[in-house]
Structures are given as structure tokens and as C-alpha cells.
Design a protein around this ligand. Structure first.
Ligand code: FAD
Length: 408
């Protein structure tokens, strides 16, 4: 087990600086354009693929860093560049993780390369769980997966919503209900291969922020996929369902806690994205406050402005510490006895919203225009308190954990 440390190794610093260079030279200059276009920035993803940032290998290397700091460091730097473009670059990773976590070796080897494509022909993937009536309340999902034993095929029907890369993905990972009596334990994940009939993009959403990231409905109209597309395989699913039924009969406590542990381990990554956006806005505000003069002196000479910057920096550093702690706990298998993963996501995402609003205020009229990036960063930051579990859901998880209550 690696000791918790705040000191990055030389190797980690090298990776961080390389990512920062890409974020500064490639992502940030393209940010305003793709925000206005509200389209997936394919050329930027291609650049990321060429240098090796858009690849499973890169994420696997960061993920298996025993200090736990590889992923948060990467997320912070990329999202420092721009949240919408960075989400377009890392969004495929959400679907890839779904396959890595639940898939067989053969499924991993077959589908993950098709999710990324290659540098000359980049592809993206989508992870489709949320539905119009099942956002925070995942257990109320309605998309059904029914097994057609005669043909060894699964038939998927339903509507997914708010899917990052939904409809434009080469590979979709779809979560569906196989046993409605088991709540979220009756769900299973399926690969929908490229070009499968019956899958179509519904509405593409026009959004408040992260507009360079494509978000859309995904309609599944009797989509037939081979039995081999059930992640983990049928035997494993049957065994898991049997265990879940047994545990449900005994009270369900351990089932719920296992599900919670998965989210706790993935939430700090979203916290790190929020830290990246917050830091970006803080840096713009600091430089502006040092150079903008009113009443014959830089505005930072006013305590009212300087104290805001002091609070901003303090919150960002505190958020990063919570994110790093939870990431270190996750990789080292430490139990999240106080929902430390949720804590990190809650604090970092609320910090990003607050800090970007303060940055707009410090830039005054300029902060309110699209001439300066803090306006975009402020819009972008609102997503962090919504996706991957809203702030209220994080509080619910933390409060229930502290009270020793089951997580629902
Ligand atoms: C840009 C974007 C990208 C996304 N990408 C994906 C994706 O790739 N894949 C995917 O599957 N999903 C994705 N989502 C969906 C996202 O995860 C959901 O929006 C989120 O889980 C919240 O669900 P909801 O929108 O239905 O809100 P609701 O669950 O309806 O919540 C509405 C409000 O009620 C509050 N609330 C709900 N229940 C409680 C409670 N018990 N106690 C207190 N407050 C409560 C919430 O905190 C929130 O403030 C994305 C969403 C967006 C906006």
C-alpha cells in the first residue's frame, strides 16, 4: 500500500506538466469556439489521440498509479483547459470503465478498442443509465432487457436520456432491467455494437454549459444484441441475481453497501474535474485583479477583492485535498466509513460553482461577457453539482453513512 502523500514523484510531475501543456496549447485556445458551436470537438479529440492522451492505455496507467493521484491529477489538468472539451476527451472513459468493471477479458479486448478507434479515425463511446424518470432514483429505471433463449439474443427497449456522446457513439453501454423485483441489483449492462438496428439518437440537448460535450437521448426500439453483449456473461448474471435474491430475503443490507462502494471510488474523479475548472477561474481572476486598476491602484489592493481571492484559493486547495484523500483510499481499498468519496465530490463541485461566480464578480463587466473565459467557466461549473449524483444525493449518502443507516 502506498503511503498518502501530497508530494508528487518526478514521474508524476512530468505527466502533469505534459497534460498541462496540452491543456494550455490545444484545449484552452479551442474552448470558446466549440462552446459556441455546441458540437463535439473532433479535431481536438484527434489531437489528443495522436499524442496518446485519448487512449485506454493512458487512463489505465493513471488508474493503476498506486498513490491514487494519477486520475485526479489528469482530470484537474484537462478540465483546467476547458470542461466541455475535456469531457469530450474523457467521456469515452466512463463507458470503458463500465466494460472494464463488468466485462470478460474477451469483451474488454473486443469492445474497448472500438470505443476509441485510432488517431486517424477516432471514435467515442457512451454510457447510458439515466432515464427521463430515473435520474437520482436509478432503481426506478424502466428500460428492459429480455432474453430470447432460442436465438441467444437480448432485446432492449426503452429511452435513455442525458447520455454523454449518446447517438454519436460507436459503442453504447446500456444499463437495463433484467429483474424488476430486485431494484438496482436487477440491472445489467449491455454492449450495443456499432450500427445495431433500433438504436437511434433522440433529442440533442442545448445546454447551459459544457456545450462542447454532446448530450442526447438514446432511443432503444427492440434493439437485438447477441448474448455475448451482456457484460460479464449469462452465467455470472444468473449467479449474481441468485445472490441478490438471497440477500434481499435477508434484509438487503450488504447488497446496498456494495453498490455504494463503487460510487464512492469513482466520485473523486468528478471532484478533480471541478477542481480544474475552479483553479482555471481563480487564476484568471488573480491575474485580472493584479492588473486592473480603479481609483489609481490595482483592484487586488482592496481587501474586499483580495479576501475573495484568499477564500477562493483556500477552498480549491481544500477541495483538492479531499479529492486526493478519497482517491488514495479508493486505490488502496480503504473502507469509506464516512463516505469520503461523496464528501470530495460534494465539496469540490460546490467550490467550483462558488469560485467561478466569484471570478465573474472580480472581473466585473468583463467577467459577464464572452470576451473572458470566466463566463464560460461559471456556466460549465454548474454541471458538477448535478451529474454523477447531485449535491443533495452526496449529502444524503454522507448523512446516512454517519447515521449508520442503509444507503438507498
Ligand atoms: C450534461 C449532462 C451529462 C450527463 N451524462 C450522463 C451520462 O453520460 N450517462 C448517464 O447515464 N447520465 C448522464 N447524466 C444524467 C445525470 O447523471 C442526472 O441528471 C443526475 O443523476 C440527476 O438526475 P435528474 O436530472 O433526473 O435529477 P432528479 O433526480 O430529478 O433531481 C432533481 C432535484 O431533486 C433533488 N433530489 C432528488 N432526490 C432527492 C432526495 N432523495 N433528497 C434530496 N434531494 C433530492 C436533486 O438533488 C435535484 O436537485 C448527465 C446529465 C447531464 C446534465
Amino acid at each position: 500500500m502506498a503511503e498518502f502523500t501530497m508530494e508528487l514523484s518526478d514521474e508524476q510531475k512530468e505527466v502533469r506538466d505534459w497534460l498541462h501543456g496540452f491543456a494550455a496549447d490545444v484545449i484552452r485556445p479551442a474552448a470558446a469556439e466549440w462552446d459556441e458551436r455546441e458540437e463535439t470537438p473532433w479535431p481536438v479529440i484527434q489531437e489528443a489521440a495522436k499524442v496518446g492522451i485519448y487512449s485506454l492505455d493512458f487512463y489505465a496507467q493513471q488508474y493503476f498509479d498506486p498513490t491514487g493521484l494519477g486520475i485526479p491529477m489528469a482530470m484537474e489538468e484537462l478540465f483546467w483547459g476547458d470542461a466541455g472539451i475535456a469531457l469530450s476527451i474523457v467521456g469515452t472513459g466512463l463507458a470503458a470503465v463500465g466494460v472494464l468493471a463488468n466485462g470478460t477479458e474477451e469483451q474488454i479486448g473486443t469492445w474497448i478498442p472500438q470505443m476509441y478507434g485510432d488517431a486517424n479515425d477516432v471514435k467515442v463511446a457512451a454510457f447510458c443509465s439515466s432515464e427521463p424518470d430515473a435520474g437520482s432514483d436509478v432503481a426506478s429505471m424502466r428500460t428492459r432487457a429480455v432474453y430470447d433463449e432460442a436465438k441467444d439474443e437480448w432485446v432492449l427497449s426503452g429511452t435513455k436520456t442525458w447520455a454523454t456522446n449518446g447517438g454519436i457513439a460507436n459503442v453504447h453501454v446500456v444499463v437495463a432491467v433484467v429483474d424488476p423485483d430486485l431494484g438496482s441489483k436487477g440491472h445489467a449492462s449491455f454492449i450495443v455494437p456499432p450500427g445495431t438496428q433500433g438504436l437511434s439518437q433522440g433529442q440533442k440537448f442545448k445546454k447551459h454549459g459544457i456545450r462542447a460535450s454532446h448530450t442526447a437521448e438514446v432511443v432503444l426500439d427492440n434493439v437485438r444484441v447477441p448474448g455475448s453483449c451482456l457484460l460479464g456473461g449469462k452465467e455470472k448474471l444468473d449467479a449474481r441475481l441468485a445472490r441478490a435474491r438471497e440477500k434481499a430475503r435477508k434484509g438487503g443490507e450488504r447488497v446496498k453497501n456494495a453498490a455504494m462502494a463503487t460510487f464512492e471510488a469513482s466520485r473523486p474523479a468528478v471532484g478533480a474535474m471541478a477542481v480544474g475548472t475552479a483553479r482555471a477561474a481563480y487564476e484568471v481572476a488573480l491575474e485580472y485583479a493584479q492588473t486592473r486598476e480603479q481609483f489609481g491602484r490595482p483592484i487586488i489592493d482592496n481587501q474586499g477583492v483580495a479576501f475573495q481571492l484568499a477564500d477562493m484559493r483556500t477552498s480549491i486547495d481544500a477541495a483538492r485535498l479531499l479529492v486526493w484523500r478519497a482517491s488514495w483510499m479508493a486505490i488502496n481499498g480503504k473502507p469509506f466509513t464516512a463516505a469520503e468519496g461523496s464528501m470530495s465530490k460534494l465539496f469540490a463541485s460546490e467550490t467550483a460553482k462558488k469560485v467561478t461566480a466569484q471570478a465573474v464578480q472580480i472581473l466585473g463587466g468583463n467577467g459577464y461577457t464572452r470576451e473572458y473565459p470566466v463566463e464560460r467557466m461559471h456556466r460549465d461549473s454548474a454541471i458538477y453539482t448535478i451529474f454523477e449524483g447531485t449535491s443533495e444525493i452526496q449529502r444524503l449518502v454522507i448523512a446516512r453513512t454517519l447515521a449508520g443507516m442503509p444507503i438507498r
